[in-house]
Write a protein that binds this ligand. Structure first.
Ligand code: HEC
Ligand code: HEC
Ligand code: HEC
Length: 420
């Protein structure tokens, strides 16, 4: 009896002692203090100044439908299309027009560093296919009249190319009559080697995101906020307390009625406990987001997708991953689904599938010399398709993060990652 009583006390100790609670009950712990009022990121949301400032208000976002409808009929083209094939060749390679045609098609002689992609068929002999001018014109103007599920942007309907420019492109397509001579394996998307990431991401010499773990987060942990407390006041041994916690995030938070990621948790929990103002995308928030995930490294990602509210959030996230957004009209899964873009090249960029896409977030971007959290990555994947991004704590991103992270359930966290 005495023994059983001891066991009970021991278990109760685990359950109640701050921070030594097993993390799988995290979802039920309504006791976690959270400031529920206000937003968790800046409002009004202003795009990062170093990003393109294009106005995409006339096109779908993940929060709003605005894009013009797809045409139901091909446009009539009388006779043959007038166009200049040399101008067409230039337009086809023009990266400033959404990466243009070479983003997805091999189209004959490659220029220097053209790096054509392969989401679409090789068009280097399309001039022999016997397609009429009207068909070619409409394929470029808006391929949805032939294939409702096409990956190709509606260049005409969405105003990326005007009729005259499409005429030039058609003239160029008609000149393509011989297999593309590739100058090297890099030119040929079928032979270009996919990037291999095998740097030691936990080596601070290689990965500056580790500085958050080594210096910044431990300093923040003991820094008292306006309420007099520091994180350390209540959590003295975070390495032990939060050994698996991050692997269950994001999660549905009933008090907020949305999916909450680690970054939003840090904002609202700090506001409630220490009084620190550490909004999402602030340096402090980013450091703690890296640190809390780092503490759970090696544990198995296990995002709840079974409870009723999580299941509903997953379904909403999945629907958002299928939604076409922006002037270029892409859905997440157009690029990241194995049956569509994933495993292929969009110009020089190799597309990853969603499983494994977030197990290393936040991630150091060597090309940008910056650490990106999950929501910033989502924002960029919107801005890159000429769509307006949402504020990082938008509920749509919550649903999407739950859906995308759940694809990695069963994999192990390995944070901070390091990527090009
Ligand atoms: C995001 C990828 C993507 C981009 C960018 C793209 N296409 Fe396509 N294109 C496709 C895919 C995929 C197909 C195959 C049919 C389909 O899905 O509609 C296709 C089909 C075509 C076809 C019909 C080929 C055939 O054999 O029937 C033509 C013509 C074409 N594209 C021209 C262009 C031109 C011109 C541009 C640039 C203005 C362009 N494409 C840009 C993805 C793309
Ligand atoms: C005044 C006490 C207090 C302070 C200060 C405090 N926390 Fe907490 N924290 C709690 C309580 C209570 C819980 C819920 C029970 C538990 O997990 O220990 C909690 C839970 C957590 C959890 C687990 C959340 C979950 O869903 O179970 C994390 C992570 C965390 N805190 C991080 C922090 C960080 C980072 C700071 C500094 C910004 C901080 N805490 C400051 C009291 C505090
Ligand atoms: C036009 C293609 C395109 C679309 C559409 C797109 N992405 Fe991406 N995404 C990329 C590219 C390119 C990268 C960087 C290379 C890679 O890892 O795939 C990337 C990277 C990512 C990564 C990080 C992968 C890693 O391993 O670091 C995530 C997560 C991601 N995208 C999520 C999304 C989500 C969610 C959406 C929809 C809101 C979306 N993407 C839409 C092209 C796209």
């Amino acid at each position: 009896m005495r023994r059983a009583a001891l066991v009970t006390i021991f278990v109760a100790g685990i359950t109640l002692g701050p921070g030594v609670r097993p993390s799988n009950v995290a979802a039920q712990s309504a006791a976690v203090p959270l400031a529920l009022d206000g937003e968790a990121s800046a409002r009004p949301w202003h795009r990062y100044h170093e990003w393109p400032q294009r106005d995409s208000a006339k096109f779908n976002t993940l929060a709003m439908l605005a894009s013009p409808p797809a045409p139901t009929q091909p446009r009539k083209v009388a006779g043959s299309v007038a166009g200049n094939s040399a101008l067409g060749a230039k337009l086809a390679a023009d990266r400033s027009r959404g990466g243009s045609c070479l983003a997805c098609h091999v189209m004959g002689p490659a220029g220097d560093a053209d790096l054509p992609g392969n989401l679409g068929p090789d068009l280097s002999q399309i001039g022999n296919a016997g397609l009429g001018d009207e068909t070619l014109f409409n394929f470029v103007y808006d391929a949805r009249v032939y294939n409702a599920d096409t990956l190709m942007p509606p260049w005409g309907t969405h105003g990326i190319f005007d009729d005259q420019e499409i005429g030039h492109l058609v003239a160029f397509l008609k000149t393509l009559k011989a297999p593309a001579p590739f100058k090297s394996d890099l030119d040929d998307p079928a032979k270009r080697p996919p990037p291999v990431e095998n740097r030691d991401n936990l080596d601070s010499m290689l990965n500056p995101a580790m500085w958050a773990v080594d210096d910044k987060a431990p300093a923040l942990w003991t820094e008292a906020g306006p309420k007099g407390a520091a994180c350390a006041s209540c959590h003295r041994d975070p390495a032990r307390a939060f050994k698996t916690w991050a692997a269950g995030m994001p999660r549905w938070e009933p008090r907020l009625e949305k999916v909450m990621g680690i970054e939003e948790f840090v904002t609202r929990h700090a506001r409630a406990t220490t009084g620190h103002a550490w909004p999402i995308e602030s340096a402090e928030n980013g450091a703690l987001a890296v640190y809390l995930r780092f503490l759970a490294n090696g544990s198995t990602i296990a995002v709840d997708q079974e409870s009723a509210p999580a299941k509903a959030a997953y379904a909403r996230g999945e629907a958002l991953a299928h939604r076409k957004v922006g002037q270029l009209n892409f859905a997440c899964l157009d690029c990241h689904d194995a049956g569509r873009g994933a495993g292929k090249w969009i110009r020089g960029q190799w597309l990853a599938q969603l499983r494994g896409a977030l197990d290393h977030y936040p991630t150091w971007r060597t090309s940008l010399q910056a650490t990106w959290d999950v929501r910033k990555r989502f924002q960029w994947c919107q801005v890159a398709v000429w769509a307006d991004e949402l504020p990082p704590d938008a509920k749509e991103y919550g649903d999407l993060e739950l859906y995308v992270t759940a694809q990695s359930n069963g994999l192990k966290l390995n944070v901070p990652g390091i990527r090009h």
